[in-house]
Design a binder for this molecule. Structure first.
Ligand SMILES: NC(=O)c1ccc[n+]([C@@H]2O[C@H](COP(=O)([O-])OP(=O)(O)OC[C@H]3O[C@@H](n4cnc5c(N)ncnc54)[C@H](OP(=O)(O)O)[C@@H]3O)[C@@H](O)[C@H]2O)c1
Length: 211
């Protein structure tokens, strides 16, 4: 699959590296495609990934991951909306304040729904926002696989993201339509507080048990 990744920070780089290792074609979209910082960062991701502008990555991917800070998300998505028509737009963002204390939006909307408003012809799918970037490379916890939640309004798009998440070892919880992101995003804030402000550390993951 061709995957464009907007942002080569902690989340973008970790997911891009894993998908490239599975044989997917990955193109990172960054603000400064040329330069020492980008070259250094991307050399660590393997020779098979390519780098270009944000526009180039949006054009490249059949699926496009948005992995920039929340405060940059609206500008990036709106500016690329024309390149995202008919594409699967994977949203791993969390609309949190820069000091991680709380959600900036929630209850009656979500980051995922706002992104769908800014790119109305993309098929937005929420996923990966409840997993720490440092834990993406190994979803196994003893006998269990950590869970990620997938929600979105297009069944084929949800299936594509499910395939990408299962490919890197996660159990996928089908959370239903995109509006369920209103409840998945607060869960990520709980993860952040437990991992970074509480006593549990950043190697924790979410699991859904049932019988
Ligand atoms: N880190 C985690 O464990 C984690 C887990 C779940 C979800 N998330 C969510 O994932 C998203 C990305 O988080 P992250 O930790 O990967 O962030 P990060 O490490 O700070 O990386 C952010 C990336 O976005 C780029 N960027 C920043 N501002 C931009 C702008 N105005 N226009 C274009 N690109 C811009 C940065 O580029 P430069 O290098 O050029 O600055 C960088 O490549 C966030 O919404 C976060 O809430 C993070």
């Amino acid at each position: 699959m061709k995957i464009g990744i907007l942002g080569a920070g902690s989340m973008g780089a970790a997911l891009g590296k894993l998908w490239a290792a599975l044989g997917h074609e990955v193109c990172f979209g960054v603000r400064q495609p040329v330069g020492e910082k980008t070259a250094k960062r991307l050399s660590a991701l393997g020779s098979s990934v390519r780098t270009g502008s944000l526009e180039a990555a949006a054009q490249f991917g059949d699926a496009v991951l948005i992995a920039v800070p929340w405060e940059a998300t609206e500008k990036v998505v709106r500016s690329l909306a024309g390149h995202l028509v008919g594409k699967v737009l994977i949203d791993c963002t969390n609309p949190i304040s820069p000091d991680l204390s709380g959600l900036i939006i929630g209850h009656s909307t979500s980051a995922a729904e706002e992104i769908a408003r800014w790119a109305p012809q993309a098929n937005v799918v929420k996923c990966f926002n409840t997993v720490g970037a440092g834990g993406l490379h190994d979803a196994r916890y003893g006998d269990h696989s950590a869970a990620v939640f997938v929600c979105g309004d297009d069944e084929a798009a949800n299936k594509m993201v499910t395939h990408l998440a299962e490919g890197i070892g996660f159990e996928v919880i089908d959370a239903g339509p995109l509006a369920e992101a209103r409840y998945i995003e607060p869960l990520a804030l709980l993860w952040i507080h437990l991992a970074m402000r509480g006593k549990y550390g950043s190697k924790i993951a979410v699991k859904l048990l049932r019988r």
